[in-house]
Design a protein around this ligand. Sequence first.
Ligand code: BGC
Length: 752
Amino acid sequence: MKLARPVFLLLLAALIVLQGTNAQKRTPVRISPRSGTEHAIDSIIAGLTLQEKIGQLVQYSGGFSTGPTGERTVMEGRRTLIRAGGIGSLFNVIGAEETHELQRIAVEESRARIPLIFGLDVIHGFKTTFPIPLAEAASWDASVAERSARISATEAASSGIHWTFAPMVDIARDARWGRVAEGAGEDPYLGSVMAAARVRGFQGTRLDDPASVVACVKHYAAYGGAEGGRDYNTVEMSEQLLRDAYLPPYKAALDAGAGTFMASFNEINGVPSSGSRFLMTKVLRDEWKFDGFVVSDWGSIGELIPHGFAADAGQAAERAINAGLDMDMESSSFHDSLATLVAQKRVSVATIDEAVRRILRIKCRLGLFTDPYHGCTAAMEKATLHHPSHVAAAREVARASIVLLKNDKNLLPLAPKTGAIGVIGPLAHNRFDALGTWAGPADSNLTVTVLEGIQEAAAGSMVMYTRGCGIDDQDTSGFQAALAVARKADVVVVVMGESGGMSGEASCRSFLGLPGNQLELLKALQDTGKPVVLVLMNGRPMAISWEAEHLPAIVEAWHLGSETGHAIADVLFGAYAPTGRLPVTFPRVTGQVPIYYAHKNTGRPSDDTQHYTSRYLDVPSTPLYPFGFGLTYTTFRYADLTVAATKLKVSDSLRVSVTVTNTGSRTGDEVVQLYVRDDVGTMTRPVRELKAYQRVHLAAGASARITLAIPVTDLAYTGMDMKKAVEPGTFTVFVGPNAQADLAGHFTVMAK
Ligand code: BGC
């Protein structure tokens, strides 16, 4: 084979570097992230011992050890392993100086001199904390998610991080599951839009940009389908449902350029993801042409043993690597077993080489073979973290994530001079819980609380605060003080909900109402007769039927991060009219869960007036708040739906127009949503599916003709033969403000 001259030179350089094992001062291996990469990577692999190759497939956490010397002992062990070439990646090590020193050991003191890749869960911010991903999805605005991911990447990268374990793109239709907080909710279309936006934000236009980190799409796959909404639990679903509802966001993230994937903890249809050849090789590599690498979840290779899928660590490692899993996070199975498995010919050297190649490819795209430190310096870190422009962006992202659920008689917005405002509740002046789950690197001292936000925005009012009760206990000792504040107030803002730790990993709940005795206090406050505005902080849909029936105003604020108080005050006092829409269905009661809009119809569609239909005796079948729902400080009317062409070929586009009018007295944003139902299929179809949406900004009284267009191929689904196709036949299209949109039109997709 004849090699191009630059490739040959690169190869030569790599070989010379690798052979110089006795050199005192070792120069790092250099490969440009551009030309000749694959050949250069092959040449590096050719110079590695088997142990060094296996080392590239091993990842350990730098922290989380116990005891006074724990952390230090762990890090000493890690340094020894790095010198020996026994580790390819570290995570949970933060800081320009700390990561610099460990990287220096890798590229100067190990024989192979291959740079480490430093990972971290940068889920919704770093020092500056943005809203939890579920909240950001409520913005229904890709630019919002992209912006927060970009800033998070900039901050994390300045602190030595190359790789974030995000975006989490698991579709979640069961609100009991705590990790619903980490994703974009229940819908494959909205989930795909958000997944792609986050990847673009994290990775920027180039991975070797010092402000970029490589994304890790997780948790592959269908982790959100856990039975009973219990974390880590079994997932059983048809391959059609997997492909049509659960896989699209992973694919969208890949199409946006995501460099890595993380295998999930769960099993699907009897095979744990971390040992699934179907997921990691057939779908991801063969069908989707992914060329990056797959990392396990924390210890998930070792967990193949309790799953009953492997007898011991050796078999677990064998099954994982042969299925397509490249890097072992924390289980040590690869480290301990791969050499023996190769000697026993249970794992081939070619398989190991392929896993190493995928990992080196990503290290190379990050430019680590050119600059192992990725442009990161302590000075840059200092100048970047919590930069005022990041804080300003966090406020804008946070207010775009808020959803107004109820606003009787336009109680909101409040006038800045409202007289006396009572601010009550366990989350009203709570810096830590407002940050939400996965806020590890944040400094909660920097959180602006709701109380502080209100004090700033309502400088002309008297603001009285008392906590009233805890988040999850039965202590009523603060009730009297709370009632006293309410009685003196003209309006009461009550901030209640879940702690940051009540959602996220291993944080599932079987009861979705307000925890502890918060509802009891809320009812007592309502009894004072004062107008009560409930500001909810939570990481999942909650069952708030009493609240929805009795309170005049409800603001869904999720966990909004560092700028919580400013963002909420912006909405409460009208500096910002709410623009968010629910990315998840809110149930009336926990017993309705899982409840999601894109369900099937059944042979006896639910009809609350008919006994023998698919329903509950004690609660209506409808949700409390549907997917896509959200109010603002004005109102909109939809009219005149037209379908441009009602007979379409598969190669055509569907074009649907409606007139949207702002019927209120303030300027506002509406999110115009288009849902399609495939009326009759060779397999049954959901009652409707979101296929497009568009935001429109309208002055009071103004109208706009909005046209939404989608290619007919977007109506394809996976048939009995596992092939995706559009079936000819009739379809119904709905356009409106949420998943209950009732303005409808019809069209036909023709066979030819
Ligand atoms: C979580 C992942 C996370 C990993 C590393 C696991 O327990 O499931 O989402 O990325 O830990 O922190």
